[in-house]
Ligand binder design. Structure first.
Ligand code: PHE
Length: 446
């Protein structure tokens, strides 16, 4: 018990790590195609509103509860709010584990595509050949599992090294690299002939395209992108010293996450328009089916394609690390298991769960559970059920159970002006539970 808990070495280190968790496949793979499918500018506006209204308040709430307890989410909810609330933490850890298991499958594909681009094997392909390549990779029984395993190995190496010399150091190195790569690709995309139409589609809202599905998609995406409801932010908050100015740090994390999603939109949508494609083309497959062709049509296309997939892999890495850390922190805090054993054990178990997810694109494609492929089922249950349930319970817990105590902890040393704390509490008590409750219902109807 006398062992002191690890802490972030610097403010910048913490912000980079938390932003690294938030910035992931969600920003670069999911956000652009969701914007494309949901009418462009109008989706962007809705997304921003969700970030400001729910996202920021919940990021602060999650970081705060971790910081107050200095423990894993399970213990953090138990010690701050009471025994029964530890279920919220438990649900979060379980969700993190499950998300990690299919996140590494997609991350594995990005590694595979990095190799394809590096060897130039996509350079002469037309769209049929690209889709055959994608099917061949994802349908192969062992190759994608191998890539997922390789990806997991890198995560393990980072998480084993601990908070300061592992996660913080890796994030401080990787996040600036990610940013530079992204800016290079944005500049390339927006200067392509015909890109203007894509820029207009992205930033000029057309509200006639908004339906209730658009709103649900925007809230769900905001949550996933900010790493909420999965214990990641609570865990990262638990390594913060109580002196930190939390609202400002949270604002930086949320701002960076949003900035990167918007930049990804400026990269993907103009490039698609320039290549004569419709913004909704390819859907979730845009990244793997459509973008390689877009890159190949540009001068030095293989190089830009390679840079793009490296970018995606880096983004996925810092997010996967935070999911792994959430589970590892739980095992080390609650069961006093050593970090090395906890990390390796979690990684192996997760990889085993990744196998059926991966196989559901190939040999198991015809086997469905509740009418869905295994991969889709895990995605659905976590994103549309576990995540909103966790979000609502966290908001209620911090808003009602902790209430004034949370405000005191947040405004320590008068760092948050009282009116803002009042707004924050109001959002947690009323706006977030109602808003998120509504996506939960919509998700269940779907
Ligand atoms: N926010 C990450 C992304 O956008 C995903 C993630 C969710 C990571 C939850 C950690 C925890 O890809």
């Amino acid at each position: 018990m006398t062992q002191t808990r690890s802490q972030w070495g610097s403010r910048l280190g913490f912000i980079m790590a938390a932003a690294g968790s938030a910035v992931g496949l969600g920003n670069i793979w999911k956000f652009p195609y969701m914007t494309g499918e949901n009418g462009g500018g109008a989706f962007l506006v809705l997304y921003m509103i969700c970030i400001v209204v729910f996202g920021l308040s919940l990021v602060i709430a999650e970081l705060l509860i971790g910081r107050m307890a200095q423990k894993t989410p399970v213990a953090a909810f138990r010690e701050t709010a009471g025994r029964g609330w530890s279920v919220v933490g438990g649900l979060a850890i379980l969700t993190a584990f499950v998300i990690l298991s299919f996140y590494i499958v997609v991350a594995g594909w990005t590694l595979a595509y990095t190799v394809f681009e590096a060897t130039g094997s996509l350079s002469t392909m037309n769209s049929e050949a690209l889709s055959a390549t994608f099917k061949q990779l994802t349908g192969n029984p062992w190759q994608p599992v191998g890539y997922a395993g390789l990806f997991m190995l890198v995560c393990v190496a980072v998480v084993i090294s601990g908070i300061g010399s592992g996660i913080e150091r890796a994030s401080k190195l990787l996040m600036p690299i990610l940013f530079v790569l992204l800016v290079v690709l944005v500049v390339r995309a927006v200067t392509l002939p015909g890109a203007q139409a894509g820029i207009a589609f992205f930033i000029v809202p057309d509200f006639s395209k908004v339906t209730s599905d658009t709103v649900v998609a925007a809230i769900g995406q905001a949550f996933f992108s900010l790493s909420l409801g999965m214990g990641a932010m609570v865990t990262y908050g638990s390594y913060l010293s109580r002196e930190r100015n939390l609202p400002v740090d949270a604002l930086a994390v949320v701002g960076l996450d949003t900035l990167i999603a918007v930049l990804a939109g400026f990269m993907v949508l103009p490039a698609m328009f320039a290549a004569g494609l419709e913004p909704g083309d390819g859907g979730a497959g845009t990244t793997f089916l459509v973008l390689p062709a877009v890159f190949e049509a540009m001068p030095a296309g293989s190089l830009f394609g390679f840079v793009f997939f490296v970018l995606l892999a880096v983004a996925a890495l810092t997010s996967a690390i935070s999911l792994l850390e959430a589970v590892v922190c739980y095992l080390t805090d609650e069961f006093r298991i050593g970090r090395v054993a906890a990390t390796v054990g979690t990684a192996v178990a997760c990889l085993l769960l990744a196998i059926p997810s991966s196989l559901s694109f190939g040999p198991l494609a015809k086997h469905t559970l509740f009418g869905q492929k295994f991969f889709d089922l895990l995605d659905y249950v976590t994103t549309w059920i576990a995540l909103p349930v966790g979000g609502i319970l966290t908001a209620l817990c911090v808003g009602w159970v902790l209430g004034p105590r949370a405000v005191t902890a947040l405004t320590n040393q008068g760092r948050l002006a009282a009116p803002w704390a009042g707004v924050w509490l109001f959002v947690l008590r009323f706006i977030a539970p109602v808003g998120i409750g509504w996506i939960l219902i919509q998700g269940l109807i779907k």
